[in-house]
Write a protein that binds this ligand. Structure first.
Ligand code: DC
Length: 230
């Protein structure tokens, strides 16, 4: 399937829980159709990292807001993955640490952090040609996105993927511990008061448990092709 580069470039929203495959799918999709990736989880993770570096607690909403307002994050999509730069520094590997993921989930419950990031995300997506992935993309950040995907998978599959990912990065954690961490994060992300993880009525649900990345990418590409023509 080919996608004409002269066609209008839209916003594609991909939401889903941790380990559902959002990042891999977004990355492959972006490379395949010449779009950029907006990994919104990386923004929350960057605040968590910066807070650690500044000695700010993940519960300190006032200081976290200041960090969020000063945050400078850029993304660059390469063939082997998307790099995240915080104030010019490549923090991609640091952001994948499970401790930082936990911090991101905790501080993402604060409305002042979320509203500080909302404008930033919208600016990053305003010109289209973007695959935005996160938890509240279809519901809050880009409700007008013409393609909305809710990507999910069983807890066992998602934990298994994280386990394998960590192993390649030299992070050794028992599968049971990872399963527990993901489950706690799921609960928090789904049940928070502001912009919880949810599947909007107009989103296409894709269960990635038994599909290959290529199969999912092809499925989404078909939807993009139709949306680009409208
Ligand atoms: O997608 P991720 O695992 O990198 O996200 C890390 C945390 O950031 C996630 O547990 C909740 C939060 N997050 C959010 O609240 N809203 C988003 N759009 C993206 C991430």
């Amino acid at each position: 399937m080919t996608i004409d580069s002269n066609k209008k470039k839209i916003i594609v929203a991909i939401d889903g829980p941790s380990g559902s495959g959002k990042s891999t799918v977004a990355q492959n999709l972006a490379l395949s159709i010449g779009y950029n990736v907006l990994d919104t989880g990386a923004l929350y993770r960057s605040i968590a990292l910066q807070a650690v570096r500044c000695g700010v607690s993940w519960d300190n909403a006032v200081e976290l807001e200041k960090i969020s307002q000063k945050l400078s994050v850029t993304f660059k999509t390469y063939r082997h993955g998307t790099k995240v730069y915080m104030n010019g520094e490549d923090v991609s590997a640091l952001l994948r640490n499970p401790h930082i993921a936990d911090g991101a989930s905790r501080l993402s419950t604060f409305s002042i952090v979320r509203s500080a990031l909302l404008d930033l995300q919208r600016q990053m997506g305003e010109r289209g040609g973007i695959i935005a992935e996160g938890r509240d993309i279809a519901s809050v950040v880009f409700p007008q996105a013409p393609v909305k995907i809710f990507l999910t998978a069983s807890l066992a599959k998602r934990a298994g993927r994280r386990h394998a990912e960590f192993k390649t990065k030299g992070i050794v954690l028992p599968l049971e511990q990872i399963t527990e961490q993901i489950s706690v994060r799921d609960q928090r992300d789904r049940n928070r008061e502001i912009a919880p993880l949810l599947c909007t009525e107009d989103a296409e649900t894709i269960d990635s448990s038994f599909l290959s990345v290529d199969e999912i990418v092809d499925q989404i590409k078909c939807l993009i092709l139709v949306a680009e023509k409208q």
